[in-house]
Write a protein that binds this ligand. Structure first.
Ligand code: 13P
Length: 259
């Protein structure tokens, strides 16, 4: 089965509205006409509607970097007394198709867990917002030989009890924590090994058809210079790009490496 490659830019806590508009103005002509790669940008909540207006009618899709949801008495809550939070329903209402969930920075600094990600994914499915679910091991975990165990726990818990048809439309991002923003990239072989493991786990949980439909992105210091060899691996279906997504030239080069 051939999966359409998907390159998404995670802008993190960067870019004012003016800078965001300027980046889209630079980026959109560079990638116009590319139809066999899906492209998305994920600005801050505050820039979602502005950027959404700028990418409307282009081949660039819109995503958020997080959303909040809790389950109360067996019901998913999409609004209420949760000061400072934004629900999947609101992200969808702002015009986004995608939302990044469980990014390692959210796990590290904001207490995100596999269990909370599972609730958030279900709340996204409720409003037809598609999640990009991040998993990845720390340097310590890699060096102690527990990578496979860590990834298995993350995938099993994040995707626990979810409907296969919705899982098929979801994206997993494998982001080794030690490669994020460090300039260190997993070798294509190292990344492929984990991507293959993630797909095998999804096949065990949801069947081979669903597992073959899920796009698995690689993230962690992906750049124009290393994108092609990473994207050539059989189970690497795209990239979740941090630093290089803030420069139109670099981001467009990565997208072109996926064509
Ligand atoms: P960098 O590309 O800056 O390493 O960030 C990767 C990332 O965290 C994307 O979500």
């Amino acid at each position: 089965m051939s999966r359409i490659k998907f390159i998404a830019g995670n802008w993190k806590e960067n870019l004012t509205l003016a800078e965001a508009k300027a980046l889209i103005a630079d980026l959109s002509p560079l990638v116009a006409g590319i139809s066999n790669v899906e492209i998305a940008v994920c600005p801050t909540f505050l820039a979602l509607t502005t950027v959404g207006g700028k990418v409307a009618g282009t081949n660039i899709q819109l995503g958020a970097q997080n959303a909040h949801a809790v389950e109360v008495d067996g019901k998913l809550v999409q609004s209420g007394a949760y000061t400072g939070e934004v629900s999947p329903a609101m992200v969808k209402d702002a015009g986004a198709q995608w939302v990044i969930l469980g990014h390692s920075e959210r796990r590290q600094y904001f207490g995100e867990t596999d269990e909370s990600v599972n609730v958030k994914i279900r709340a996204c499915y409720e409003v037809a917002l598609k999640p990009i679910v991040c998993v990845g091991e720390t340097l310590e975990e890699r060096e102690s030989g527990t990578t496979a165990k860590v990834i298995e726990k993350q995938v099993r818990t994040c995707f626990k009890g979810l409907p296969a048809d919705k899982v098929a439309e979801s994206v997993v991002a494998y982001e080794p924590v030690w490669a994020i923003g460090t300039g260190k990239t997993a070798t294509p072989e190292m990344a492929q090994e984990v991507h293959g493991l993630i797909r095998a786990l999804l096949a065990e949980m949801f069947g081979p058809e669903t597992a073959n439909a899920v796009r698995i992105q690689y993230g962690g210091s992906m750049k124009p210079g290393n994108a092609k060899e990473l994207l050539a691996q059989p189970d690497i279906d795209g990239g979740l790009i941090g630093g290089a997504a803030l420069k139109a030239a670099d981001f467009s080069e990565i997208i072109k490496a996926a064509v």
